[in-house]
Design a protein around this ligand. Structure first.
Ligand SMILES: [Zn+2]
Length: 241
């Protein structure tokens, strides 16, 4: 038997039970229907052209957009508008599909698209791409320049920091490894650790919890920001870089 939910998948994902929108990264969110770049969030009490009811959608690029469901399901609307902007000829148009462009797309996805496989390691931990870079490949490229070789990848100098000017460089996998494994000395509740992982093992919490203790974190469900714990810090070992 075909149920209404089979033919209209958005019914199931309308909202959380209390009427709040889906929480990014929750199971309901991951299962919510996606069409092209848009993932369904919830219905809106608004009407658009031709008096058509609008729904709220999450775009892969990180923006949200309002569009009638029919247009999204049929593919008439595929994105928040970023797709059209990307295909516009521009200064950096010739860079499309290059390493630099792919890197720019990849960091945005891992930080701002809850469906990206790397989101738990980045976006869910509060790592963001700064607004300027997020909105413009040109501005990212101007700041980063070209990768010196095909072996170089983007690397955050402070691994607790964001993708933003001053905290990123092109590095080889070997250099990155040194950075991520032993970039910081961790001082957690009066004990020194070489890595967050070691601290996690000692306190029987996840590595992510150690990061939260040091950095504080944003609880998306409650909408509250928890401050870092006073007794926890990470000190960068190579300040000269
Ligand atoms: Zn978009």
């Amino acid at each position: 038997m075909i149920t209404e939910t089979d033919t209209k998948p958005w019914i199931k994902y309308h909202t959380e039970e209390d009427g709040s929108p889906l929480i990014q990264g929750s199971d309901a969110w991951k299962a919510a229907p996606t069409y092209n770049r848009l993932t369904y969030i919830r219905e809106l009490d608004e009407r658009g052209i031709e008096n058509r009811r609008l729904s709220l959608w999450q775009c892969e690029c990180g923006e949200t957009t309002k569009a009638p469901r029919g247009r999204v399901v049929s593919g008439a609307t595929k994105s928040c508008g970023c797709m059209a902007r990307e295909s516009k000829p521009s200064l950096a148009h010739g860079m499309k599909y290059t390493k630099e462009y792919n890197t720019w797309a990849a960091i945005k996805a891992r930080c701002h698209n809850p469906k990206n496989k790397d989101f738990p390691k980045y976006g869910a931990r509060g790592v963001v791409v700064c607004t300027e870079w997020r909105n413009s490949f040109e501005s990212f490229w101007k700041c980063m320049g070209s990768a010196p070789t095909s072996k170089h990848q983007i690397d955050r100098i402070n691994t607790l920091g964001n993708y933003e000017p001053g905290n990123c460089r092109w590095a080889t996998a070997q250099e990155q490894c040194r950075n991520t494994v032993s970039a910081c000395d961790w001082y957690i509740k009066g004990i020194h650790f070489e890595t967050a992982k070691e601290a996690g093992v000692y306190f029987r919490v996840t590595e992510q919890t150690i990061h939260r203790w040091v950095k504080g974190y944003f609880d998306a469900r409650r909408g509250t920001q928890s401050p870092p714990k006073a007794s926890c810090m990470a000190v960068y070992r190579y300040p000269e870089r």
